[in-house]
Design a protein around this ligand. Structure first.
Ligand SMILES: Nc1ncnc2c1ncn2[C@@H]1O[C@H](COP(=O)(O)OP(=O)(O)OP(=O)(O)O)[C@@H](O)[C@H]1O
Ligand SMILES: NC(=O)c1ccc[n+]([C@@H]2O[C@H](COP(=O)(O)O)[C@@H](O)[C@H]2O)c1
Length: 173
């Protein structure tokens, strides 16, 4: 069994993330999708709760035909000590050998903790990045095509784009 973890904030989960998951599952038997900053929600950088992120990712996996036997979803709150974060993560997830990331801090911390490092390619990063998607939700530009369709319908069902506009004060109601 070759298992890996894929940490991210997934605010929201987009098509770049989905491509990374598929890339990871071609190389690993199982993937733990680690929902980081799980304590965060209702802010400009982190509008969605951990529970909402779990739901959007599960729907995206189902839409893509990825079996629940191949992945876990584990939310983990941040801690104040980077030096022990990799060990903190190990306490909450099934045992793993590999880490998938492009985030330099995440790569550094797991390299120091002795994990195997897998760096995926950048999948259309200029389009597929959550900061841009959150910006489009605020300005009203088309963001729906940048996320799996199950993610856009879920976000609309919870009025997530409206929440973001209210948080930044651009919603005029
Ligand atoms: N389009 C992409 N292609 C490949 N890797 C990606 C892509 N987008 C994000 N990643 C990687 O996935 C991991 C989790 O990403 P994260 O949840 O921070 O998304 P993000 O789009 O970078 O979000 P934000 O803009 O809010 O920081 C990180 O290692 C990040 O580098
Ligand atoms: N000290 C810590 O708690 C610590 C350290 C490094 C990364 N993380 C988390 O890992 C996740 C990494 O994901 P991103 O690549 O989306 O930033 C984030 O949620 C980040 O906060 C936490």
């Amino acid at each position: 069994m070759h298992r890996g973890i894929y940490p991210g904030r997934f605010q929201p989960f987009h098509l770049g993330h989905l491509n990374v998951v598929k890339w990871g599952l071609e190389r690993l038997d199982e993937l733990v999708i680690l929902i980081g900053s799980a304590q965060e929600s209702h802010t400009l950088s982190n509008p969605f709760t951990a529970g909402e992120r779990i739901e959007m990712i599960r729907r995206a996996m189902r839409e893509e035909g990825i079996s629940g036997d191949r992945y876990y979803l584990v939310p983990i709150p941040d801690i104040l000590m980077n030096n022990v974060w990799a060990y903190h993560v190990k306490m909450y997830v099934p045992s793993f050998e590999a880490v998938i990331a492009r985030n330099p801090l995440v790569l550094r911390l797991f390299k120091e903790a002795g994990s195997e490092i897998l760096v995926p390619p950048s999948f259309n990063r200029e389009k597929y990045n959550s900061t841009l998607i959150r910006k489009y939700m605020i300005t009203g530009e088309e963001w729906e095509g940048l996320v799996p369709s199950e993610v856009s319908s879920f976000i609309k069902s919870i009025k997530g784009d409206e929440r973001l506009r209210e948080i930044v004060g651009t919603d005029k109601r």
